[in-house]
Write a protein that binds this ligand. Structure first.
Ligand SMILES: C[S@@+](CC[C@H](N)C(=O)[O-])C[C@H]1O[C@@H](n2cnc3c(N)ncnc32)[C@H](O)[C@@H]1O
Length: 196
Protein backbone atom coordinates (compact mmCIF):
# COMPACT_ATOMS: atom_id res chain seq x y z
CA UNK A 1 0.00 0.00 0.00
CA UNK A 2 2.82 2.40 0.82
CA UNK A 3 2.80 5.56 2.90
CA UNK A 4 1.07 8.73 1.77
CA UNK A 5 3.12 10.82 -0.65
CA UNK A 6 4.56 14.04 0.74
CA UNK A 7 2.00 16.09 -1.23
CA UNK A 8 -0.93 13.94 -0.04
CA UNK A 9 0.28 14.22 3.54
CA UNK A 10 0.42 18.02 3.19
CA UNK A 11 -3.18 17.97 1.89
CA UNK A 12 -4.26 15.76 4.77
CA UNK A 13 -2.83 18.17 7.37
CA UNK A 14 -4.43 21.10 5.55
CA UNK A 15 -7.84 19.43 5.22
CA UNK A 16 -7.89 18.72 8.97
CA UNK A 17 -7.57 22.46 9.73
CA UNK A 18 -9.37 24.23 6.89
CA UNK A 19 -13.12 24.31 7.49
CA UNK A 20 -15.80 25.48 5.04
CA UNK A 21 -15.73 29.29 5.28
CA UNK A 22 -12.04 29.27 6.25
CA UNK A 23 -9.20 31.32 4.81
CA UNK A 24 -6.08 29.88 3.16
CA UNK A 25 -2.98 30.90 1.23
CA UNK A 26 -1.14 29.05 -1.52
CA UNK A 27 2.31 30.63 -1.31
CA UNK A 28 3.53 28.97 -4.53
CA UNK A 29 0.64 28.61 -6.98
CA UNK A 30 2.61 26.80 -9.73
CA UNK A 31 0.10 24.88 -11.85
CA UNK A 32 -2.66 25.54 -9.30
CA UNK A 33 -3.19 22.08 -7.81
CA UNK A 34 -2.92 23.33 -4.22
CA UNK A 35 -4.89 26.52 -4.98
CA UNK A 36 -7.75 24.41 -6.32
CA UNK A 37 -7.61 22.03 -3.37
CA UNK A 38 -7.72 24.95 -0.89
CA UNK A 39 -10.56 26.70 -2.76
CA UNK A 40 -12.65 23.50 -2.80
CA UNK A 41 -11.97 22.80 0.86
CA UNK A 42 -12.76 26.37 2.02
CA UNK A 43 -15.86 26.41 -0.21
CA UNK A 44 -17.88 29.39 -1.44
CA UNK A 45 -18.00 31.10 1.99
CA UNK A 46 -14.21 30.89 2.35
CA UNK A 47 -11.36 32.88 0.82
CA UNK A 48 -8.09 31.89 -0.87
CA UNK A 49 -5.02 33.97 -1.77
CA UNK A 50 -2.36 32.56 -4.10
CA UNK A 51 1.09 33.90 -5.03
CA UNK A 52 3.56 33.19 -7.80
CA UNK A 53 6.30 35.26 -9.39
CA UNK A 54 5.67 33.80 -12.88
CA UNK A 55 2.81 34.93 -15.14
CA UNK A 56 2.90 31.49 -16.73
CA UNK A 57 2.14 29.85 -13.36
CA UNK A 58 -0.82 32.11 -12.67
CA UNK A 59 -2.16 31.46 -16.19
CA UNK A 60 -1.99 27.70 -15.57
CA UNK A 61 -3.65 28.15 -12.19
CA UNK A 62 -6.42 30.25 -13.76
CA UNK A 63 -6.99 27.59 -16.45
CA UNK A 64 -7.27 24.88 -13.82
CA UNK A 65 -9.74 26.92 -11.74
CA UNK A 66 -11.89 27.79 -14.75
CA UNK A 67 -12.69 24.12 -15.28
CA UNK A 68 -14.49 23.98 -11.91
CA UNK A 69 -18.04 25.16 -11.23
CA UNK A 70 -17.63 28.60 -9.63
CA UNK A 71 -20.20 27.96 -6.91
CA UNK A 72 -18.10 25.13 -5.42
CA UNK A 73 -15.01 27.27 -4.85
CA UNK A 74 -13.92 29.98 -2.43
CA UNK A 75 -13.33 33.39 -4.01
CA UNK A 76 -9.64 33.38 -5.04
CA UNK A 77 -7.20 36.28 -5.45
CA UNK A 78 -4.17 35.46 -7.60
CA UNK A 79 -1.15 37.68 -6.93
CA UNK A 80 1.74 38.03 -9.34
CA UNK A 81 4.56 38.66 -6.90
CA UNK A 82 6.68 37.13 -4.20
CA UNK A 83 5.22 35.33 -1.22
CA UNK A 84 7.71 37.34 0.85
CA UNK A 85 5.22 40.23 0.41
CA UNK A 86 2.23 38.26 1.67
CA UNK A 87 1.81 40.30 4.82
CA UNK A 88 1.51 43.62 3.01
CA UNK A 89 -0.57 42.09 0.19
CA UNK A 90 -3.21 40.37 2.28
CA UNK A 91 -5.75 42.79 3.78
CA UNK A 92 -5.25 43.44 7.51
CA UNK A 93 -8.74 42.12 8.29
CA UNK A 94 -7.46 38.58 7.51
CA UNK A 95 -4.28 38.77 9.58
CA UNK A 96 -4.28 36.19 12.37
CA UNK A 97 -7.25 34.42 10.78
CA UNK A 98 -5.61 32.18 8.16
CA UNK A 99 -6.12 28.45 8.79
CA UNK A 100 -3.68 26.99 6.24
CA UNK A 101 -0.67 28.29 4.30
CA UNK A 102 0.90 25.89 1.78
CA UNK A 103 4.39 26.22 0.30
CA UNK A 104 5.61 23.89 -2.44
CA UNK A 105 9.15 25.07 -3.15
CA UNK A 106 11.38 24.68 -6.20
CA UNK A 107 10.52 25.30 -9.86
CA UNK A 108 7.34 25.30 -11.93
CA UNK A 109 6.76 21.62 -12.76
CA UNK A 110 5.95 21.87 -16.48
CA UNK A 111 7.94 20.70 -19.50
CA UNK A 112 8.46 24.20 -20.93
CA UNK A 113 9.23 26.03 -17.68
CA UNK A 114 12.57 27.65 -16.92
CA UNK A 115 14.05 25.39 -14.23
CA UNK A 116 16.41 28.20 -13.20
CA UNK A 117 13.45 30.09 -11.72
CA UNK A 118 13.28 28.54 -8.28
CA UNK A 119 12.31 29.67 -4.83
CA UNK A 120 15.19 31.37 -3.00
CA UNK A 121 16.24 30.75 0.58
CA UNK A 122 16.09 34.38 1.70
CA UNK A 123 12.60 35.17 0.37
CA UNK A 124 11.33 31.76 1.48
CA UNK A 125 12.43 32.45 5.08
CA UNK A 126 10.92 35.96 4.99
CA UNK A 127 7.67 34.46 3.73
CA UNK A 128 7.66 31.75 6.40
CA UNK A 129 8.08 34.35 9.16
CA UNK A 130 5.19 36.35 7.69
CA UNK A 131 3.09 33.19 7.32
CA UNK A 132 3.53 32.32 10.98
CA UNK A 133 2.29 35.81 11.90
CA UNK A 134 -0.78 35.54 9.66
CA UNK A 135 -1.92 32.15 11.00
CA UNK A 136 -4.82 31.54 13.30
CA UNK A 137 -3.73 29.70 16.50
CA UNK A 138 -4.13 26.01 15.58
CA UNK A 139 -3.55 26.82 11.90
CA UNK A 140 -0.84 25.09 9.86
CA UNK A 141 1.93 25.88 7.42
CA UNK A 142 3.03 23.05 5.12
CA UNK A 143 6.33 23.29 3.27
CA UNK A 144 7.32 20.74 0.61
CA UNK A 145 11.09 20.82 0.13
CA UNK A 146 13.16 19.53 -2.80
CA UNK A 147 16.75 18.75 -1.79
CA UNK A 148 17.35 16.97 -5.14
CA UNK A 149 18.01 20.02 -7.33
CA UNK A 150 20.67 22.72 -7.41
CA UNK A 151 19.87 25.26 -4.68
CA UNK A 152 17.11 23.08 -3.25
CA UNK A 153 19.25 21.31 -0.67
CA UNK A 154 20.58 24.60 0.77
CA UNK A 155 17.05 25.97 0.92
CA UNK A 156 15.76 22.79 2.58
CA UNK A 157 18.55 22.89 5.19
CA UNK A 158 17.80 26.57 5.94
CA UNK A 159 14.06 25.93 6.35
CA UNK A 160 14.79 22.94 8.58
CA UNK A 161 17.15 25.02 10.76
CA UNK A 162 14.60 27.85 10.97
CA UNK A 163 11.75 25.50 11.94
CA UNK A 164 13.88 23.60 14.47
CA UNK A 165 14.78 26.85 16.24
CA UNK A 166 11.18 28.03 16.72
CA UNK A 167 10.15 28.12 20.39
CA UNK A 168 7.63 25.31 20.99
CA UNK A 169 5.28 27.81 22.65
CA UNK A 170 5.07 29.66 19.28
CA UNK A 171 4.72 26.66 16.98
CA UNK A 172 5.07 22.89 16.87
CA UNK A 173 7.22 21.69 13.97
CA UNK A 174 7.24 18.22 12.41
CA UNK A 175 8.92 16.52 9.49
CA UNK A 176 7.57 13.80 7.15
CA UNK A 177 10.39 12.22 5.24
CA UNK A 178 11.41 9.00 3.51
CA UNK A 179 14.83 8.20 4.96
CA UNK A 180 16.26 5.94 2.27
CA UNK A 181 16.88 8.60 -0.39
CA UNK A 182 18.50 11.82 0.75
CA UNK A 183 17.40 13.65 -2.45
CA UNK A 184 13.69 12.78 -2.14
CA UNK A 185 11.19 15.61 -1.46
CA UNK A 186 10.05 15.94 2.12
CA UNK A 187 7.63 17.93 4.22
CA UNK A 188 8.00 20.27 7.16
CA UNK A 189 4.76 21.33 8.82
CA UNK A 190 4.16 23.87 11.57
CA UNK A 191 1.16 24.33 13.79
CA UNK A 192 0.71 27.80 15.30
CA UNK A 193 0.27 27.79 19.04
CA UNK A 194 -1.64 30.40 20.99
CA UNK A 195 -0.54 34.04 20.64
CA UNK A 196 2.29 34.90 23.02
C1 LIG B 1 6.98 23.52 -7.13
S1 LIG B 1 6.16 24.89 -7.84
C2 LIG B 1 4.64 24.88 -7.03
C3 LIG B 1 3.79 23.73 -7.46
C4 LIG B 1 2.30 23.98 -7.24
N1 LIG B 1 1.92 23.92 -5.86
C5 LIG B 1 1.44 23.04 -8.09
O1 LIG B 1 0.49 22.47 -7.59
O2 LIG B 1 1.75 22.93 -9.28
C6 LIG B 1 7.00 26.26 -7.18
C7 LIG B 1 6.46 27.60 -7.68
O3 LIG B 1 7.00 28.62 -6.84
C8 LIG B 1 7.10 29.77 -7.63
N2 LIG B 1 7.96 30.75 -6.94
C9 LIG B 1 9.31 30.87 -6.97
N3 LIG B 1 9.70 31.88 -6.16
C10 LIG B 1 8.57 32.43 -5.63
C11 LIG B 1 8.31 33.51 -4.74
N4 LIG B 1 9.30 34.22 -4.21
N5 LIG B 1 7.02 33.78 -4.43
C12 LIG B 1 6.00 33.04 -4.93
N6 LIG B 1 6.18 32.00 -5.79
C13 LIG B 1 7.45 31.70 -6.12
C14 LIG B 1 7.63 29.27 -8.95
O4 LIG B 1 7.39 30.22 -9.97
C15 LIG B 1 6.85 27.96 -9.12
O5 LIG B 1 5.72 28.14 -9.90
Amino acid sequence: MGFLSVLSFAHKLAAQRLQPGGIAIDATAGTGADTLFLAKTAGPRGRVFAFDIQKEALALTRQRLEKEPDETLAPISLHLGSHSLMKSTIPAEYHGKISVIMFNLGYLPTEQSDKQVITQTESTLTALEAALDLLLPGGVITVVLYPGHEGGSQEAAAVEAWASALPPRAAQAIMYRGIQRSDAPYLIALERKKRL
